[in-house]
Ligand binder design. Structure first.
Ligand code: NDP
Length: 310
């Protein structure tokens, strides 16, 4: 008698590394049509960036945003306010931009110096020009499920999930970080009853008890705490989608003396994840793409041109 012994083939899972640059390129390409339709109506979207900080990282972000505007045909205007100037000088700058009909979007780069309360500055932006979506009117609209502009990073995360074929509907999502610019609006974006939403979101922060239990049970885990590589493999469930928003500088033997890492220990977590974003090259490029998206939407709204943004 012949007995056959079958050996089970080894199961290998392949993790998708979500390429934020590629997804962002697709969004920029989609915007071209809308920007052309605006041009046909005699409108060129204008985006003003306002910087009141000597921080080199903020300077880099602002110049990246300006370059990105130029690339897609948005008119970029950059204004610098002296870091030591009184808060009223920043407020005056914002009010001047509110009144400028060629400026459709205003972005005040955060963080601001200690003597300038960020909420005071943000509240002075005309809500229709608030392309960061941080004015209380726009925050309220988002919470109510009727967003005017979705904040750029949360919107970028939502688009990355869509591009990776991950529909949040019905899924357990854990977000680590409850900031006004990332964590809280992301929880709203993913909870809202709309396409790319309908998730069940757990929003964690530094007082959360047993964080690992909450991150492990997530179908989708978003790390936005600003703590280098704090999410290790033991904090991630098998087959999860992991989105790393964090950008942290750590000392390294490089020309600049540092390197950028995320909040997720990429190499350790990757084998457990179904899909994961890298840092850099994940959420970062999406934040800029969604800023261009909001600036285009703002121009269309203020000029009354229907551009049918995707
Ligand atoms: P904030 O510092 O404003 O918020 C951090 C949040 O993380 C807080 O809610 C804090 O809790 C929470 N947190 C910190 N440590 C822990 C911990 N050990 N366990 C649980 N929660 C913790 O940061 P931002 O939201 O502005 O940014 C977060 C990260 O994302 C940063 O690295 C930033 O550079 C990056 N970023 C990246 C962007 C991109 O385009 N890729 C855009 C914006 C930000 P608590 O509220 O209790 O203090």
């Amino acid at each position: 008698m012949v007995s056959l012994i079958w050996s089970r083939p080894a199961v290998t899972t392949v993790t998708t590394v979500i390429d934020g640059n590629e997804v962002a390129d697709g969004i920029r390409a989609d915007l071209t049509g809308a920007i052309e339709r605006l041009a046909d109506a005699g409108v060129r979207p204008g985006l003003a960036t306002v910087l009141m900080s000597p921080d080199p990282a903020s300077q880099t972000y602002v110049s990246m945003k300006q370059r990105a505007c130029e690339d897609v045909g948005i008119e970029g205007v950059h204004v610098e306010v002296d870091t030591d100037a009184p808060a009223t000088e920043l407020y005056g700058t914002v009010e001047g931009l509110n009144a400028d009909p060629d400026v459709h979007g205003i972005l005040v780069q955060l963080p601001l110096p200690e003597h300038v309360p960020a909420h005071e500055a943000l509240e002075r932006i005309d809500p229709r020009k608030d392309v960061d979506g941080l004015h209380p009117e726009n925050v309220g609209r988002l919470v109510a499920g009727r967003p005017r502009y979705k904040p750029c990073t949360p919107h970028g995360v939502q688009r990355l999930l869509g591009a990776a074929g991950v529909d949040p509907e019905g899924k357990d999502v854990t977000v680590v970080g409850r900031s006004e610019i990332v964590g809280k609006p992301l929880a709203n974006v993913l909870t809202n009853e709309s396409e790319g939403g309908n998730a069940t979101v757990t929003l964690c922060h530094s007082r959360t008890r047993d964080l690992a239990a909450k991150t492990r049970r997530a179908d989708v885990l978003v790390a936005a705490a600003g703590r280098a590589e704090m999410i290790g493999a033991d904090m991630v469930g098998e087959g999860a989608t992991v989105i790393d928003v964090g950008i942290n500088r750590v000392d390294a033997d490089t020309e600049k003396g540092y390197e950028l890492v995320g909040d997720v220990d990429f190499e350790a977590v990757k084998p457990k994840a179904d899909a994961i974003t890298p840092v850099p090259g994940g959420v970062g490029p999406m934040t800029i793409a969604m800023l261009l998206y909001n600036a285009t939407a703002a121009a269309a709204l203020q000029e009354g041109v229907d551009v049918d943004l995707p």
